[in-house]
Design a protein around this ligand. Structure first.
Ligand code: UT7
Length: 331
């Protein structure tokens, strides 16, 4: 039997908004300090899309245009575009459709996904299944978040955490099945909705003045509850992936973790037995960009990767959703 083609990343480009919101500026907005944010979370600054009238598709379409240019791809060659976001431009039309329109991608179909901070893992798993059919040669995967559009800048427990960014990846088949997407372990548990949510903006609480007044269109997080689940689950699933493939710490080139809290990342790396230099961290510069954080980290550190490097990508997020992907860098 012929083996299925493996999904490989052949290009990765990003759009980072210019405006930098520092801990010092946040300290003028709410009762917080650089010392508290750095010691509890590990964030120094985050980028914010400040301009009115721009949504996630603005950032996503620039990332896609850069990707098409970098990979010398004509828009007509793209067969599918999938966008992960918890901050779509609007409830519908899907942001994937809007990005296609802005980038002149006319021969593709696509859709949006929503899996909180594990969004890249869930979406990459979906896309790789299409690649494995053999029918798809070029799929664009976009992760984009304008988290600042749902952050309550009067709530000190959440406003230091989040940042904005978009990343676009070209996913193609490889006949060399030692490279690319090797395996995934993914989970959901709906109890997470009690700890991390945005209640209004959907069908449960239709638009009303009262909902706006009660700040129901913003992110709410019961931080400690999420932390306790995240710290155990992200480490468990990463260790499980290592065991499943008989990987020891020396076999792993890098852990690419979701960037929510430095303490969660450290706990995961400790459980995997990884030295500091094998753990990719940029939470200090970008904050938590939700489902965009793993591809943003891949983009940020891509010059370090060598063909054949074993990467473990791990995340935990709203839902709850969590999981791990074992990926072997392909170029
Ligand atoms: O990405 C999706 C998944 N999300 C996560 O994985 C996030 C998981 N949770 C966390 O990372 C942490 O729980 C947070 C960073 C959100 C919060 O850290 P914490 O150590 O759990 O703090 P806490 O919520 O227990 O608050 C401790 C204290 C409280 O004061 P008291 O009650 O002890 O007097 C808070 O009011 O810190 C206070 N506090 C702050 N103080 C200064 C909360 N936010 C701030 C702040 N500045 N920004």
């Amino acid at each position: 039997m012929l083996s299925k083609p493996k999904a490989i990343i052949t290009g990765i480009e990003a759009y980072i908004p210019e405006y930098v919101l520092t801990n010092d500026e946040l300290s003028t907005m709410v009762d917080t300090s650089d010392e508290w944010i750095m010691s509890r979370v590990g964030i120094k600054e985050r980028h914010i899309l400040k301009e009115d009238g721009l949504g996630t598709s603005f950032m996503g379409s620039i990332a896609v245009q850069r990707l098409l240019e970098a990979t010398k791809t004509d828009p007509s060659e793209v067969q599918m575009l999938v966008c992960h976001t918890v901050t779509p431009d609007m409830v519908f039309t899907a942001t994937s459709n809007i990005i296609c329109d802005k980038c002149g991608i006319k021969n593709a179909w696509g859709f949006d996904t929503n899996a909180g901070c594990s969004g890249f893992l869930f979406t990459f798993e979906t896309v790789r299944r299409f690649i494995e059919t053999g029918e798809y040669k070029k799929i664009v995967l976009v992760c984009g978040e304008r988290m600042s559009s749902i952050v309550d800048y009067s709530d000190r427990s959440t406003c230091p955490l989040f940042g904005d960014a978009a990343v676009a990846l070209m996913i193609e088949p490889s006949e060399d099945d030692t490279l690319g997407f090797q395996d995934s372990i993914l989970h959901v548990d709906g109890i997470g909705r009690r700890y991390l949510y945005q209640t209004a903006g959907g069908s449960l609480y239709p638009a009303s003045h009262e909902n706006v007044d009660r700040h129901m269109h913003f992110i709410h997080q019961e931080g400690q509850g999420v932390f306790k689940h995240a710290v155990v689950s992200m480490a468990d699933v990463s260790e499980e992936m290592m065991k499943r493939h008989n990987l020891v710490a020396d076999d792993i080139a890098y852990l690419v973790p979701h960037q929510a809290n430095l303490r969660i990342i450290d706990a995961t790396a400790r459980r995997m037995g990884l030295k500091k230099e094998k753990v990719l961290i940029n939470i200090d510069r970008f904050g938590n960009t939700a489902g965009t954080s793993i591809p943003l980290t891949l983009w940020d550190f891509k010059s370090r990767f060598k063909k054949g490097d074993n990467l473990i990508l791990s995340a935990f997020g709203a839902g709850f959703t969590w999981g791990s992907i074992f990926y072997r860098w392909a170029y």
